[in-house]
Ligand binder design. Structure first.
Ligand SMILES: Cc1ncc(COP(=O)(O)O)c(C=O)c1O
Length: 347
């Protein structure tokens, strides 16, 4: 990190972020809730940032990302959106919902993965939202950009004017998504001040962009907080390098003198289990703990794994007694309905 950097206040950070074009999709700020029962059991002070409550088709972290990414959809000559991910994708659900609000049709290219075309969870919601869906064989989500390029050519030949959004696989989109989470850190900054605490740890389930925004925003605001991203997937690419890249590009965009290196990024793939999209026993147990103790329903693919890591970090002493911890609930709850067998058989 550059040594002549002075932290910004939340207001100063938000003023800089507000110069970047966006469309209004989310209801913000989302609540920061104290979790009294789990705090007592784990002997920590645990708060949850309710980003499942962003209000776009069941909400989630993607609503924040899309506010910035979708700005180009309204500024250019497009008649549809093209994007893709796994078949039970929260990103796709929220992108279709955002596109609907902006009067744009959506085409989705979905990797079959373990759930395929099971008419449940997010897949059912694509149907209700009215998306055009293609399913391709395979489950490696790093193959998605290639499939999207093919579909793009097909749509162009049909005379369509698609805006191709590669989301997590596009260098510019990832920076915009990161900026949206720097904004979430400014929200949390205000919420922590009004509750008179500073987080020692902030934990979230993360591949690249959401975590980058948390790393970037927390450093800009001068927090001493340790940010932990818990990966839901084993990547072939170096994800920490990508997170540092997003942070550095985001810092430039916000005109702050900060430099991020890979050794500053904590992204842990020790809780993926078998593979992406397959729940872990520890994740499902953590999901039940959150439901039973606090009445909050996590999801089986992302946030349950992230929360199981938080519990394990307490057991391992990475999070110490009486420390202040924020868990970001990044959404994904609709997927519980697609995972009913795995969830019920875990009991
Ligand atoms: C519920 C949920 N949490 C976390 C993530 C990870 O977000 P990111 O790709 O920005 O790291 C996703 C991504 O799809 C998600 O759907």
């Amino acid at each position: 990190m550059s040594n002549n950097f002075f932290p910004l206040t939340a207001e100063e950070l938000v003023n800089r972020i507000n110069k970047i074009p966006k469309v209004k999709l989310a209801v913000l700020p989302t609540p920061l809730e104290y979790l009294p029962n789990i705090s007592k059991d784990l002997e920590i002070n645990l708060y949850i940032k309710r980003d499942d409550c962003t209000a776009l088709a069941f909400g989630g972290n993607k609503t924040r990302h899309l506010e910035f990414i979708m700005a180009k959809a309204v500024s250019g000559d497009y008649d549809c959106i093209l994007t893709g991910a796994g078949s039970q994708s929260n990103w796709c659900r929220q992108t279709v919902a955002a596109a609907n609000k902006l009067n744009l049709e959506t085409f989705l290219v979905l990797m079959h993965g373990i759930k395929g075309n099971k008419m449940q969870g997010n897949f059912l919601l694509y149907n209700i939202l009215g998306a055009n869906v293609d399913i391709v064989e395979g489950e490696n989500i790093e193959d998605i950009p290639g499939h999207l390029d093919k579909k793009y050519e097909e749509l162009i030949k049909q005379g369509r004017k698609p805006l191709l959004i590669k989301g997590g696989f596009d260098a510019d989109d990832t920076v915009l998504a990161g900026i949206s989470y720097a904004n979430a850190m400014a929200e949390i900054d205000v919420q922590m001040r009004s509750n008179n605490f500073m987080a020692d740890h902030l934990i979230l389930t993360a591949t690249n962009m959401t975590q980058a925004g948390c790393d970037l925003g927390s450093k800009i605001l001068g927090w001493p907080t340790r940010i932990h991203g818990i990966s839901p997937v084993y990547f072939e690419m170096d994800i920490k390098e990508d997170i540092a890249r997003i942070c550095n590009q985001g810092a430039k965009m916000l005109d702050v003198n900060l430099e991020f290196t890979v050794d500053m990024i904590n992204n842990d793939n020790g809780y993926v289990g078998e593979k992406y999209g397959v729940p872990t026993p520890e994740g499902l147990a953590a999901m039940r703990t959150m439901a039973k103790k606090e009445g909050i329903i996590l999801d089986p693919v992302y946030t349950s794994k992230g929360f199981s890591a938080l519990i394990d970090y307490v057991k391992k002493g990475i999070i110490k007694k009486n420390q202040n911890v924020i868990f970001i609930f990044t959404g994904g709850t609709p997927a519980v309905f697609a995972y009913s067998e795995e969830i019920t058989s875990s009991f």
